[in-house]
Design a protein around this ligand. Structure first.
Ligand code: G6P
Length: 608
């Protein structure tokens, strides 16, 4: 939601912080700010708009001399985007500066109390209460003041704090919002995510909930919420530094679309050994898998869509009943946890607040939780009983592509593994599926080489106001994602429908020229979807059909046809998503929009 970066060391702090924030802009980009200790006072600059406004205003930090500072890129929750609401927030005396990611849920009550004591608020943010509370509790020991504040606030936070009284120190704390600490020979860093510090160091400490850190040139000291000193062990990040750069592509999204074959190979290859699927990380015995009665998949956004595909594939192959739920619904509906059930949380970032809350609820009910996560060491990964990592590498574009594709393949692996153990598919069928799975990355490469055809089609639809996606079975799950991808980056209204459901209402919206994307890759359902194409065409719709080569007769029904190669029906989503991702990309590009940072969205949603 918001990005935090901070630095203390031997180098000028502001340029390092601004560089760090630029790698975190995917987390929020409506305003940005920075505070640096300049030898006498805490000098703060804030600017509404993209980070480049602040960057230019401070001449890439040159106008903010000093070796210790904190910065923030914001995604507004409380208070509209504005210079005043941008972080850092300071107390009236300008002696304490705070940056915050998360939401202080009881800020209304806290604010009223502070106002009664005479504190005046400059902004509409929840964060400002923290600056005033720290002032209220500060008696010379910053850690003690932070502790006291942490005991009193409810909600989630990652904090970066500076005290003028302790000018060569940065303090940080977290609860339910990510924060890492990096160290190298020249300095120390705090950041919301690894890319912010990757060019400086690979040695990081993952802050746990309710921990505090104090960084100075001499030391890195960790404390718990009661101010007791704690020991932490650093981890080493092994990411390729170029993974978080655009590498010659115009946008991260296009780069990440092209990285899908590699990401899928990296995700499946280590798990296929001697024609078997080995999932050592699963944390379930073979007997437990055989005894599984039910699987519940919980996630948000695109990760939820992979869960919808996962349901089809798991039920088809492993014959286990699967329920898929949106985390924001699941967490508040008093869910039932049947004995012998498995909960799967899917999340690229591993930090999504609703998914994390669902995980905690399941664990509190003694349900075994397996997560499918991309970011190593993230909260969901750490709190789950078992993790299957997707090896997509860092995904920067807000619209997910490669992480989505890797999540799909993890569901294929799980379904095949479970099916084999439960004896619901023959060894021969298992082998056929395995061969098909191995072939997917090459097939995606082939599809990517034909992207001009999709660009051509996309360019004809730049001015469209509404688009409908329809399909059945796995094609429907795929349509959910194709539609979301398009709407999030092109701002065109689009909806996905189970094709059979169209006649129960949505067909009334069909008129001359309405664009309908009809996905029909499932052999058994093909004639049914074709009937639906005929229905919408009769009402004047213009239909783009997406199918496989054996179904050439699609040309008799649809106005424009895109073909994807044939694979096993249950893996089709991995191929048909590629043209839909490219379609969304080229429509957004053609409309001159900010592909990687669509308005109002953030990649990692760490607030409710
Ligand atoms: C945000 C992102 C989506 C993502 C969703 C869930 O809305 O913009 O791309 O699918 O969060 O995120 P997660 O990190 O849990 O997969």
């Amino acid at each position: 939601m918001c990005g935090i970066a901070g630095y203390i060391g031997k180098e000028p702090a502001a340029p390092i912080i601004l560089d760090g924030l630029s790698k975190l802009e995917y987390r929020g980009y409506d305003s940005a700010g920075i505070a640096v200790f300049d030898g006498e006072s805490i000098h703060m600059e804030k600017a509404m708009g993209r980070l480049r406004v602040l960057d230019e205003m401070t001449r890439h930090g040159a106008l903010l001399p000093g070796f210790c500072g904190i910065g923030h890129t914001r995604w507004a929750t409380h208070g509209c985007p504005s210079d005043t609401n941008a972080h850092p927030h300071m107390n009236a005396e300008n002696t304490i500066a705070v940056v915050h990611n998360g939401i202080i849920e009881n800020y209304g009550k806290l604010k009223r109390r502070l106002e009664q004591k005479g504190y005046r608020f400059a902004s509409e943010t929840d964060t400002e209460v923290l600056a005033h509370m720290l002032t209220e509790y500060y008696r010379g020991d910053p850690v003690e003041a932070i502790e006291k504040v942490m005991h009193r606030v409810e909600g989630s936070y990652a904090l970066g704090i500076m005290f003028l009284d302790h000018p060569h120190h940065i303090y940080a704390a977290r609860k339910d919002s990510p924060l890492i600490v990096g160290t190298d020979d020249t300095g120390k860093f705090i950041a919301s995510d690894v890319p912010a510090i990757l060019q400086y160091t690979r040695t990081v400490y993952y802050m746990e909930n309710e921990e505090i850190v104090c960084l100075s040139n001499e030391h890195t000291r960790f404390f718990n919420i009661d101010g007791e000193s704690i020991e932490k062990t650093p981890a080493t990040i092994d990411w390729d530094i170029h993974a978080a750069e655009k590498g010659g592509y115009e946008h991260f999204m296009l780069k990440e679309i092209h990285e899908q074959p590699k990401a899928i190979r990296d995700t499946i290859s280590p798990r296929i050994r001697e024609d078997d699927i080995v999932l050592e990380e699963l944390g379930l015995s073979d007997d437990a898998i055989r005894a599984l009665q039910k699987i519940t998949i919980v996630a948000c956004g695109s990760a939820y869509h992979t869960g919808v595909t996962g349901k089809y594939v798991l039920e088809e192959l492993a014959r286990i009943p699967v329920e898929v739920d949106l985390a924001s619904e699941f967490r508040y509906r008093n869910p039932l946890y049947a004995p012998g059930s498995l909960l799967i949380i899917v999340s690229q970032s591993g930090e999504t607040a609703d998914s994390l809350a669902a995980l905690r609820d399941a664990k509190a009910h003694n349900c075994h939780v397996l997560s499918i996560v991309n970011v190593v060491g993230s909260s969901i990964a750490r709190e789950s009983d078992a993790v299957l990592y997707t090896w997509a590498g860092p995904e920067i574009s807000v619209a997910t592509t490669k992480a989505y594709s890797c999540q799909l393949t993890v569901f294929y692996l799980l379904a095949m593994k479970f099916a084999r153990l439960r004896g619901t598919i023959t060894p021969r069928r298992f082998q056929t599926l395995l061969d098909a799975l191995r072939l997917l990355p090459d097939q995606i490469e082939g599809l990517l080489s034909q992207k001009e055809k999709i660009q051509f089609f996309a360019n004809h639809y730049l001015a469209t106001e509404h688009i409908f996606f329809m399909g059945r079975g796995i094609d429907y799950a795929l349509c959910l994602e194709g539609s979301l991808k398009l709407k999030e980056i092109s701002y065109i209204h689009s909806e996905a429908y189970a094709a059979g459901e169209l006649k129960h209402g949505t067909i009334s919206l069909m008129e001359e020229g309405t664009l309908v994307v009809a996905v029909a890759t499932q052999d058994a359902l093909y004639p049914k979807t074709v009937s639906n194409i005929v229905e919408v065409k009769t009402r004047g719709a213009f239909v783009m059909g997406l199918t496989t080569l054996p179904h050439r007769d699609m040309e008799n029904h649809a106005d424009y046809v895109l073909y994807v190669p044939q694979t096993e029906n249950c893996f089709m989503g991995s191929l048909s998503i590629i043209p839909l991702q490219l379609f969304a990309y080229y429509v957004s590009l053609g409309r001159g929009l900010d592909v990687d940072k669509p308005r109002n969205l953030a990649k990692s949603v760490t607030v409710e």
